[in-house]
Design a protein around this ligand. Sequence first.
Ligand SMILES: Cc1cc2nc3c(=O)[nH]c(=O)nc-3n(C[C@H](O)[C@H](O)[C@H](O)COP(=O)(O)O)c2cc1C
Length: 397
Amino acid sequence: MGNAWFETVVEAQRRARRRLPRSVYSALLAGSERGASYRDNMAAFAELGFAPHVADLSAKRDQETTVMGQSVSLPVIISPTGVQAVHPDGEVAVARAAAARGTAMGLSSFASKPVEEVVAANSRTFFQMYWMGSKDWMVRRMERAREAGAAGLIVTLDWSFSHGRDWGSPWIPERLDLRAMARLAPQALSRPAWLAEYARSRRLPDLTVPNLAEPGEPAPTFFGAYGEWMQTPPPTWDDIAWMRRRWDGPFMLKGICRVDDARRAVDAGVTAISVSNHGGNNLDGTPAPIRVLPSVVAAVGDQVEVLMDGGVRRGGDVVKALALGARAVMIGRAYLWGLAAGGQAGVENVLDILRGGIDSALLGLGRSSIHDLTPDDVLVPEGFTRTLGAAPGPDPR
Ligand SMILES: Cc1cc2nc3c(=O)[nH]c(=O)nc-3n(C[C@H](O)[C@H](O)[C@H](O)COP(=O)(O)O)c2cc1C
């Protein structure tokens, strides 16, 4: 057996590709339409440079911070992802890895594991919801998360049901019945390590979403719940303010990329926002979050916690985001690749890579703490930033 440890997130992705059945891998890769946003999320980080020092560097570097009242040992938390069939331990393995590395976990309402099990594995769990179903139904979801001990709520708003992608979408069955298994068998059989993992767990992926079950009822299927979501009229800002009032704890709005929306989020009373384009999976053509981050921070950074997510693959990316004003970042695919490559240990490996990369960048920049980073630490090429939803004015940088 080869070395289980991997040295970059890109290597974790290569291993995930080799290990997962094709349709599971491409569900994780996701993206939307022509993939412009998906690619820009990563390309934008590569456009940013560093301005390093060579002496008077700090022998000790501090990465601790807090996110929505939870202390975290590095400025990276787990972004919620609703994916199935990656690993039998699913989000519980991710939660354990995050807990082992001292950070927080966002749990999707479309996840494969119940919130009670995930909170038991990591008390710093934020439960994520979409605007779906009736208000009564949403209140029941919030009450369940609160009773389970969730430390906060993440409400994701940036989804407009864009389903096509030029490279094709995987076929995913509603249920894994015999017919579906027969159709998926060739790709599953070509991935013996993945299959063996599920064989050991004595469970097949069941493609249901336990956090969306009604009390006493079986969990709906992923697609059944998705259909209900599609039929729910989208929320107004008043609806969001209502939701915020119904959750008496830390509350994040995820998916903001415009200055005017960031201000509305502040008016709705949120604790935090994440500047995000859903990992480039939604409205293609939305700029990379790192490009719009400075304008959002300039507008509301002194009123709410501003996080960002999208395209983070290395510690240096995290440092760039923090230098441009983010309090912390959330990661999606990076930990999914780790989970696929090595379960809990794979996710820990990814968090270790990011921690190491953050430390290295802090050392090179001569900073003793993430809290000392400033825009001067990064080289921002002309024309890099975008400002959406604000009257044109001086560059907020
Ligand atoms: C396969 C997949 C499923 C996702 N599911 C959800 C979800 O259920 N809820 C949510 O808020 N965001 C979801 N996201 C978005 C992530 O939380 C995050 O915004 C995005 O992955 C960040 O980009 P990155 O993958 O480049 O780190 C999903 C992303 C991926 C790749």
